[in-house]
Every structure is written in structure tokens, then in C-alpha cells.
Design a protein around this ligand. Structure first.
Ligand code: IVH
Length: 676
């Protein structure tokens, strides 16, 4: 049985599939603090999507990961909407990309006499600190860039962050942005105490910082020794500071610690400094993963503007990932929740960038064959400040050819069902469906997870035992558990069982989005599940929705729609759903959200230029984005509309030359429904 096959894919479908995949990675990285791929692979996926979207030529959906930042916020903390969105930085991986960045700036500015400020790129997590009348009133994580998590209580425990700003002339409302991080020394001390307490060590300082900040009990955060460096300002910069160097001077005066920075007037010097820093970085007391180059002057930053998810006036030049040499002991095949079988190299444990690693994913058969990794090979592995290392290549070794190539299995290592490979897919899958214990275990873990049915007391080990001993054959069996047998198992005291029973009973009326997510339909992550719930209201409506109804829902393309339909058409699934219903699992009805009316600017590429009397340019940009428009910093033949205010200069001229439609402030205000 294979419920989730991929059909032949078009470019648009491929892009949509990538979007789903990247959103899941965002969620793992930003919310769970448990990324499952390396930063480099993540960057590659994002680039691949960006390239595809360019090829498609159509307006890119505004919720594509190339246009947004981060992940949906976790429900553990209250949401906090940012007054000004928190964006991200574009990356440059080599000097050529940095020069291209500089070229774009000089093209837009039409001059070369500007300065770059260079700052270390701290490997931590972004926060926005809001000060009103000089007092810290709220602190929020980045979240999806628009709405973050309110972590004020926890942030107040960080010594580097002043509760009250010092000095005079501080704007009434001032939002400081920066990175919360954990120093190398605090990280080591924390992992030592984790080990003593028998707890899992953190993989790296970034994960430790994220886990520490997102404690529900602020007194726990207080014990974790977090630090902070500011790098930017959200609200309140106007009239207070005019450049990044001035901003750092002020920051120091009002009580923040400031990183070392350097000013350069040409890109060659910037690149030279970067080279020297790749060695110097180890001397820092905290982890950095690159340097950030920014235009120093704020008015020039304004002129250069933004592309969808990042400023065009700044770039992060990443450091090469840290590498080490080790040997592959064997290659094993792991079966995931949807049956995908992944080759994993089990290696001689080795320290990479201070972290011991012994496993590396080889992603898929193609990747395994491309790298031609064989058991016994010496391999270079790489960690780029992230958890999951990857094999870069096999080290030069004559014995390599004498070793035999890894044999790709034709049956599932867990259940012996045939392995299949669908058209156009790289992944190989077990065809055993839920009859495969590995898939069932993974699926159950997903079903009970916090963002699914939120059933406590059912860890991986217990699930594995329940499946192995035949107590559970599918997810519905959870609601008809044989508690008497469970009671006879070692480690299963009465208290534990009562708690489990209570938690299972409490899960019988789940929020619809949680229920849909818990079902583990392929391509339906949390965000899509929420969209389905808000558009259709009940799970029966989702089950019965035809393709057109599904396609009308945001985030759902043909591939996702097909996957949902396949899921509900599959006989085994409808039996399980029916049984769930009879066993008392009745998801709550979700209030159906009206779809916003299609705005005439939806999907249009607009450029704002000049100054406006009744609205700030950045506010207008945000409101246009909310209407589905795509504001951009420069005019090209692809621009749909230029909105020109007072003193609009070269951009207006360029629009005229290209024949792009030009409108004024009056039209802008009408679109935004603002009465002048
Ligand atoms: S400037 C509009 N400067 O890196 C975004 N970011 O990968 C401006 N980061 O979201 C960001 N050190 O969380 C900036 N010196 C620095 C930074 C820095 C670390 C983080 C920040 C940002 C992410 C982008």
C-alpha cells in the first residue's frame, strides 16, 4: 500500500513541493530547535526554490519561504506582533557573490563613495526589544518575522539587556534588535551539568541558547547565562541616529554591550578583512558563522531598499563549514514516517567543531552513489554550526576501489515489503504502509506529538514496545488500549498509566488543525493543516472536498490537493478514521475564516519612490505586502506599478523610460483605504 505517491511533476509543482519541505525545516529549526538538515543543505533548498520561482516568471506567492522569514510561532508563548517585521539576511558564500552584492548597490546608488560596516554574525537567535519611555516593555522572538513569541519574562533575566536605558535623548518608543547567544564557556558548563543530571547534551551553543530562552519557567532561563549583542533598530531610529556606527556608539551609551566592528570604504578591503577573520574567529568567546557587511549610512540603506525577505543593503558572508576526517563503519537504511528509506553512514565518532558526531545522513540513493561512499572509507565530514553533519566526500585513498559499493536494498529492512521508487522521485519508499512497524512507530509518534493530538506519556520507547508486542496496529488502537496488559509491563506503574489514560481521554476533542496535522498526510504540515481547518471547518468537509475546493485554499497546490484526496480515498485510512470516530475522537469544528477579497494590487510588483505626506514609506510597504502586493526596491521591466511621491528621482525616470505605470500618493492612499 502506498498512500502518498508523487505523480510526474511540473516546475510549478516542484516549487510547491519545495515550499512545503522548506516550511517543515523552518518549523524544525525555529520551533523545535531540532533541525534535520545542515544549514548548507537548507540554503541550497532555498536557492533551488528561488531559482525555480524565477524560471516560472509568475508572481511568487507572498507566503513562499523565499518571501518570508522563519517559522510559525509556537503555541507555548503568547504571540507578539512586531511593529516592524523582522527580516533576514541574504547569504554570500564566496567573494564573487560579495562583489555582485556590491555591484547591485553601486548600480542602485549610481555612485561608489559609500562605506561598509563589518560586524561578526552571531550564531544565536534574533529578538526584538521594545522600550517605551526608556523602559523595557516587551521582548519577542522573530517567529515568522511578523509575529513572534513573547519572551519578556525570560529576557529580563539576561544581564546584558538593560531594563531601563541610560542617558538622555532616547526616543519615546525604541525597538532594539539583536541576537541572544550563549558563550562557548557557558555552553560547556551547561553541557557538563546536563551530563551530570543524566540529561541529553545540547548539540551546539545556538540550540542551547534557543532551548534556554524558550523555557516556560523564567527562573530556569536565569540559570543558563545567556548573553546579548544588538545589531539593529526596529522603530525609533528616525532622527535619533543616521548610521550604523552612530547607532553602536549610542547603544554603548544607553547600556548595551557592543561587538567590535570595522568600517571600510571599498569591497576589496572588506574581503581582505573577512579572510583574516576566518582564522581570528576561534579567538572569540562566542560562536559566529560569518561576517555581516552593511551599508553604514541609513539614508543610503533607505535608498537601496529591500527585496522580499531581506535588505538589499546588507549581506552575510558565511564562513566555510567546519570539517573533520573519519571512517565509515557501515551504511544503514532508516525508514521514516512516510516510508522514505534513507541511507545513513555510521562512523567512527569524531569531534567536529567541538561536537562529537557518529552518524551522517546520505540523504538518498542518488547522493550515496554520487559521493560513492563505501563501508570502510575514510570520509571528510562537515558541520556548519548545526546538528546533523554531512559527508562532504570520500578522502583520497587507494583502497577505496577495492571495497564494494553499498548495495541498495530492494526490500524494507524493517518489514521486508518491496521498496518502490515513484516516477520522478529520488526517494525510495517502503511499500508496506502502516503494516511496516517502523512507519507505524513514526506515525504514532507524530500523531501524539505536541502539535498533533498532544498526548503526554507516550514516548518513542513505549510506542516501539506497544507496536512490537502487538498492542497497537494503527492510530485508532490508542483509544482502545489494553491497559491491563500495559499494567504488567515493567516501568508502567499505576500512576503512569492513569496519567496516560487521562491524557488520551483529554485528546478526544482536538482542535481541527491539530487533528489534521496529526494524521500525517504527506505535504500537510502545521500551516497547511491550519489553512485547511480555517477554510473548511470540519474534518468531514476536508475529507469530501474536491480538487477545486482544495486548490482554493492558501498553500494548497495540485500536489498537496492530490495527496489529501489520496489519503481520504485510501480504504485503510477511512476505516481508521471511522474507528477513531466510534472510539470518541471528535475534532472540534473550526470557525471558517472569510477569505480576504482579491485586492487589485495582489501579486503586483510595486516600487515606492520619493516621500509621502500622509504615510511613511516603510509603513506603506508593509501595508502593500499585507494586501498581497510585492514591494521592491528597484524599477525593472518586470515592475507593474511605480508609486511616486514628492522628489521622486531616478526611479521615476527609469519607470517612464520603461513605460511602467506611474501613480501618485492619492492612488496609494485609496488602495490602502487611508483618508488623507
Ligand atoms: S543584521 C534585516 N547583523 O542573522 C536583517 N543580523 O541570517 C538585519 N545576525 O536575522 C540583520 N548577527 O538574527 C544582523 N551582526 C548582525 C547579526 C545578524 C547575527 C542574525 C540575525 C539575522 C540573521 C540572518
Amino acid at each position: 500500500m502506498n498512500l502518498f505517491s508523487l505523480s510526474g511533476t511540473s516546475l510549478a509543482e516542484e516549487a510547491q513541493a519545495l515550499r512545503v519541505q522548506i516550511r517543515e525545516h523552518n518549523f524544525r529549526y525555529f520551533i523545535l530547535n531540532e533541525p534535520s538538515i545542515s544549514d548548507a543543505d537548507y540554503d541550497a533548498l532555498l536557492r533551488q526554490l528561488g531559482d525555480l520561482e524565477q524560471c516560472l516568471g509568475k508572481p511568487t506567492p507572498s507566503d513562499s519561504p523565499t518571501q518570508t522569514v522563519g517559522a510559525p510561532i509556537s503555541q507555548a508563548f503568547t504571540p507578539c506582533e512586531h511593529a516592524v517585521p523582522l527580516l533576514s539576511l541574504a547569504n554570500a558564500f564566496d567573494a564573487e557573490e560579495v562583489r555582485a552584492f556590491d555591484q547591485r548597490i553601486s548600480d542602485v546608488l549610481d555612485r561608489d563613495d559609500y562605506d561598509y560596516i563589518v560586524e561578526p554574525k552571531i550564531d544565536g537567535l534574533a529578538v526584538n526589544l521594545r522600550y517605551e519611555s526608556g523602559v523595557l516593555v516587551s521582548a519577542a522572538t522573530r517567529g515568522d518575522g511578523r509575529v513572534g513569541e513573547n519572551v519578556t519574562d525570560n529576557v529580563r533575566t539576561i544581564a546584558d539587556i538593560p531594563w531601563r536605558l541610560a542617558g538622555e535623548g532616547v526616543p519615546d518608543v525604541l525597538e532594539i534588535r539583536g541576537e541572544i547567544y550563549m558563550s562557548k564557556a557557558s555552553f560547556q558548563a551547561l553541557n557538563q551539568s546536563q551530563a551530570l543530571a543524566g540529561e541529553k547534551p545540547f548539540a551546539n551553543p545556538r540550540n542551547a541558547a534557543a532551548g534556554s530562552l524558550r523555557q516556560l519557567d523564567a527562573s530556569k532561563t536565569a540559570k543558563r547565562q545567556l548573553s546579548f549583542f544588538a545589531y539593529g533598530v526596529g522603530m525609533g531610529a528616525d532622527g535619533w541616529v543616521t548610521s550604523q556606527t552612530e547607532f553602536f556608539e549610542r547603544l554603548h551609551r544607553i547600556g548595551f554591550p557592543v561587538q567590535n566592528y570595522q568600517l571600510f570604504s571599498n569591497i576589496d578591503d572588506v574581503l581582505q578583512y573577512y579572510e583574516a577573520f576566518t582564522i581570528k574567529r576561534v579567538e572569540l568567546k562566542y560562536d559566529i558563522d560569518g561576517l555581516v557587511f552593511k551599508l553604514n549610512d541609513f539614508s543610503l540603506q533607505d535608498e537601496v531598499g529591500f527585496v522580499a525577505r531581506s535588505p538589499r543593503w546588507a549581506i552575510a558572508h558565511k564562513f566555510p563549514a567546519e570539517e573533520a576526517l573519519t571512517t565509515v563503519k557501515k551504511v544503514i537504511w532508516q525508514v521514516g514516517r512516510t516510508g522514505v528509506i534513507t541511507p545513513v553512514a555510521v562512523m567512527q565518532p569524531v569531534s567536529v567543531g567541538g561536537v562529537m558526531v557518529s552518524r551522517a545522513t546520505l540523504h538518498n540513493v542518488q547522493e550515496l552513489q554520487r559521493k560513492d561512499v563505501r563501508e570502510g572509507d575514510a570520509v571528510w565530514i562537515r558541520r556548519a554550526g548545526d546538528v546533523i553533519p554531512e559527508i562532504v566526500c570520500v578522502a583520497n585513498d587507494e583502497a577505496h576501489l577495492q571495497r564494494s559499493s553499498v548495495v541498495v536494498p530492494d526490500v524494507c529492512p524493517e518489514c521486508s515489503a518491496l521498496i518502490v521508487q515513484e516516477n520522478g522521485e529520488v526517494a525510495i519508499r517502503c511499500s508496506g504502509g502502516l503494516a511496516c512497524p517502523a512507519q507505524l512507530k513514526e506515525r504514532l509518534s507524530h500523531f501524539v506529538s505536541r502539535h498533533g493530538m498532544d498526548i503526554e506519556g507516550l514516548g518513542e520507547k513505549l510506542i516501539a514496545r506497544m507496536v512490537d508486542e502487538g498492542l497497537i496496529h494503527d492510530i485508532a488502537d490508542l483509544y482502545a488500549l489494553d491497559y491491563e496488559t500495559l499494567m504488567t509491563w515493567t516501568g508502567m506503574g499505576e500512576k503512569k498509566i492513569t496519567k496516560l489514560q487521562q491524557s488520551i481521554t483529554a485528546s478526544q476533542h482536538p482542535d481541527l488543525a491539530h487533528f489534521l496535522y496529526a494524521l500525517g498526510m504527506r505535504h500537510v504540515g502545521q500551516a497547511t493543516a491550519r489553512n485547511l481547518a480555517e477554510a473548511l471547518g470540519t474534518w468531514e468537509h476536508v475529507r469530501d472536498a474536491d480538487e477545486a475546493a482544495l486548490l482554493a485554499i492558501s498553500d494548497v497546490g495540485t500536489e498537496v490537493a492530490a495527496s489529501i484526496q489520496r489519503f481520504f480515498q485510501e480504504k485503510h485510512n477511512s476505516e481508521v478514521l471511522q474507528r477513531l470516530y466510534h472510539l470518541g475522537v471528535h475534532p472540534q469544528t473550526c470557525a471558517v475564516k472569510e477569505k480576504p477579497l482579491n485586492h487589485p494590487l495582489s501579486g503586483k510588483r510595486v516600487v515606492l519612490t520619493g516621500s509621502f505626506e500622509h504615510i511613511k514609506r516603510s509603513d506603506a510597504q508593509q501595508q502593500l505586502r499585507d494586501l498581497g502586493a510585492k514591494p521592491s526596491g528597484s524599477v525593472s521591466k518586470n515592475t507593474d506599478i511605480v508609486i511616486a511621491g514628492e522628489k521622486a528621482g531616478s526611479k521615476r525616470e527609469k519607470a517612464e523610460a520603461l513605460g511602467v505605470k506611474i501613480v501618485g500618493e492619492a492612488e496609494l492612499l485609496a488602495w490602502l483605504d487611508i483618508k488623507p
